[in-house]
Ligand binder design. Structure first.
Ligand SMILES: Nc1nc2c(ncn2[C@@H]2O[C@H](COP(=O)(O)OP(=O)(O)OP(=O)(O)O)[C@@H](O)[C@H]2O)c(=O)[nH]1
Ligand SMILES: [Mg+2]
Length: 300
């Protein structure tokens, strides 16, 4: 007799920087989303299908929900997570137990509360918060509201398997035909997000490295576009542009004697070469475009 496979949509939410994308990468055992210590590194919802012998899960990584946003991009990004919540069978609500709970967690918890999905409270960064430095106690009151709670380290890949196990245990053994079709279709149409053929992949890697090397305010002002990918036999030539909305930011991205952009380019190239096993020549230009935030619909 054929055993029934389980299907489910699992949305990952939390305030910025709680480790949502790190967790998704750990679940998938490959980099499907960029990560950084800065808030709203993820700018749009990222759907990825996980599959094992038990069934298929459509994970959706969402941008962290900010309490207050002033700029246009922040506002757009903040609308992404709420779009997904009514489409979930299960919600993973991530909190960072190495830092104090704040109004931002309350905002996320308020959103999660409204959903009828099953809910798992995930205490992340357990590696960082030991003994008196952890903030578990601030969430204790929520445990009754959630269907499960799990303490993990997404970065050290500790207890990530028990997240997957709990999800499969929670899902009903029967799923609707629509749900199965939706997830199967997603799996078919989605090439690995992170593949060299993907313009989006290269753009995201360059954005990640820019976040890594620049001061806090600059990253929010940037948008990366790959202009050309030319596959020569021995080398792949890539031309990309980092757009920012003010000349002073452009100066910071380029750095003194071009030092910053060199660092960004070097690190992006190294990672792309590692992933593709190919030699890469990467040229990055930096341009000011005051209106990119209004122009851009796809936040990729
Ligand atoms: N020590 C520790 N650091 C972690 C852990 N998980 C994530 N981080 C770090 O926390 C930072 C934020 O991780 P992300 O995965 O980008 O966080 P996010 O929730 O996706 O953030 P946004 O996309 O901005 O909402 C990165 O520097 C990660 O390396 C963890 O379990 N332990
Ligand atoms: Mg993220």
């Amino acid at each position: 007799m054929e055993t029934k496979k389980k299907y489910g949509r699992v949305v990952i939410v939390g305030r910025p920087n709680t480790g949502k994308s790190t967790l998704l990468n750990a679940i998938m055992q490959q980099k499907v989303a960029i990560t950084s210590p800065l808030p709203q590194t993820t700018r749009k919802n990222i759907p990825v299908v996980y599959q094992d012998e038990r069934g298929k899960l459509l994970f959706i990584d969402t941008p962290g929900v900010l309490g207050k946003v002033d700029d246009l991009i922040g506002k757009k990004v903040n609308l992404e997570a709420p779009k997904t919540l009514n489409k979930a069978e299960i919600i993973l609500c991530l909190v960072d137990i190495s830092r104090e709970k704040s109004e931002e967690e309350n905002k996320v918890i308020g959103m999660v509360r409204k959903s009828e999905a099953k809910k798992i409270l995930i205490y992340n960064k357990s590696d960082k918060a030991v003994g008196s430095k952890d903030h578990f106690a601030e969430y204790n009151y929520l445990e009754d509201e959630f269907d499960a709670n799990i303490s993990i380290s997404a970065l050290k890949e500790k207890n990530v398997k028990s997240v997957i196990n709990t999800i499969f245990e929670m899902l009903p053994s029967k799923s609707s035909k629509d749900l199965r079709e939706e997830i199967d279709k997603r799996q078919d149409e989605r090439k690995p997000l992170m593949s060299m053929g993907s313009k989006e992949y290269i753009e995201e890697i360059i954005r990640e490295k820019t976040y890594l090397f620049l001061r806090k305010e600059v990253p929010y002002t940037i948008f990366v576009e790959v202009n050309k990918i030319i596959d020569k036999k021995k080398i792949i030539l890539i031309e990309a542009t980092i757009y920012t909305n003010a000349d002073r930011y452009k100066k910071m991205i380029i750095g003194k004697d071009g030092q910053k952009i060199k660092e960004i380019g070097y690190n992006a190239r190294k990672e792309l070469e590692l992933m593709s096993g190919r030699k890469i020549f990467l040229e990055i230009m930096v341009n000011t475009d005051k209106h990119w935030m209004e122009r851009v619909n796809d936040l990729g």
